[in-house]
Design a protein around this ligand. Sequence first.
Ligand SMILES: Cc1ncc(C[n+]2csc(CCOP(=O)(O)OP(=O)(O)O)c2C)c(N)n1
Length: 580
Amino acid sequence: MTPEQVKAVPLAELPQLCDELRQELIAIIATTGGHIGVNLGVIELTVALYYSFDFPNDGLVWDIGHQIYIQKMITGRLPLLKEIRQNGGSPGYAYRPESEFERVTSSHAGASLSLALGASMANRLKGNTQMSIAVTGDGSLVEGSIQEALNHMAADKGRTLLIINDNEMALDKNFGGLHEHLKAITRNPEKSSNVFTELGLQYQGPVDGHDVIALVQLFKHYDKELDAPAVLHIKTIKGKGLESMADNSPVRIHWNFPFNTETLENTEGPKSPSHAGAFAQSLGELLEQDDKVFVITPATLQNTGIYKLSQQYPQRVIDVGMAEQHSITLGCGMALEGIKPIICFESTFLQRVYDQIIHDACISDIPILMVAARSGHTGLDHCTHHSLLDLSYLRIVPNLRVLYPADQEDLKACLKREAANLNGPTLILFPYGGTIDDPQQPLELDYQLSEQAAEKTLILSVGMQHLNAQKVRAQLQAQNINSRHIAVTCLSTMEPKLKALLQQVETIITLEENILDGGLGSFVFENIENGSKRPTILRYGFPKKYIEHGTRDWIYKKYHIDAESISLSVSQHFAQQQQG
Ligand SMILES: Cc1ncc(C[n+]2csc(CCOP(=O)(O)OP(=O)(O)O)c2C)c(N)n1
């Protein structure tokens, strides 16, 4: 279906079109998995927007970009929706290269209103009168950048419309001062003032976000009359059409694996015990043993594995909502008073707090422990969700201790050790998913090195790449090339015994799930001392680009960082060396 075909539907038949889209969406997401709830909630909104405005001539930005499935369906991309979350398939979030209707590539909350306001100001400068629309959820409304944009928008004169899609949910039930305020407005719609009108903005709402005909009438009115920034507050039901799933599990209705449409049972699930599970187990023990330990997370209880702990320790596991920057500095404040804050992030969102880490925590050397789950490639998630820059931008921050435990056992030990000896800002990273293959042999860890004589060839790995490192080592062994494999876990300052080893070897092979620029290979290079005989460093990691989604196996092969590709490349290096 195309926007022109939507516009050709008689107004009275729009509810029927929405019902058909709803049934089709459920059938598709039941096979692909994905963000089912919010997309079921914005069917009428999306149809009404496309019916009333002229996109992409008018501007539309969805905050986060996880609610664009209907937009895909009505902008000629139904076949692509059926391929989301597959190797080589269409991404499950907004993706600019895919269509002129996707203004940006995104999955992080908070950017929509600044983008819309910027576009609106630019249009005015050019003498154009297009509408510029941002749609944000009530959970994302908390984000600092949206608040900054709201403040600015109140001082602007353009045709910018902020639509708040209030379904009273973020990942789980929403909470907090703004949430209570939206609820109070909903209870008492006659009251003429609220936070938006007090800011000087036009406000309308709350409006039934499932009444597609009323929405069209409202949008047509805005299109004709709007001459100043406005806020439209709509109420929707997250998961409309799948209420029984929504009622039973707010978290499943947010994002779900493929499921059976009759029984609503999931037909797929996680494939192996995850690092997040191991982390949560160890964190639970810390909470039990030490009442000075407090956990903070910015709306990422699920992906960090600590959801159950938040129910067990409601006073000491604190979800601050979608407020990444605040979460770090809140932890610093607690640490000033002798509390041991453990701030749990999904690694991709840690990018939002670089200055809080540097300025609020590290310059003052404040003892906080940050833990970031899903560092590295995050599989079938979006290119914006991978954390392939982690080593490059974090290991260089002065005063920050950066650790990347080698496996799940090491992660548990690392958490306990660091929490017990916390005397400065510390960050523990761990990867997405779990370890499917067990290491062939016990791992040699950088902080436990024996004085074993150096081999001429050293293989160094970070995180799950230790599995491939062991395979590469075995392959070399088969070619009579002896090597030693060490898992590097401390990325901020190299362990002294490892540093000493670097000065003695001829070849160093580094394996990492990070871009090569600034990653493990660079760390090794920086630790070769002036005057040492320079070893050859063979580096294997991702190129400096935004990597697409895909299963780890598929992506590793595509970028030649799987065991076979690395073994082949390393063997070619040694063969050339022998010839030369
Ligand atoms: C900066 C950032 N922090 C956290 C997330 C993870 N996340 C994805 S969706 C979501 C909840 C969004 O709530 P809301 O904006 O109300 O949208 P809806 O409930 O309609 O899905 C969260 C926390 C994110 N995408 N971006």
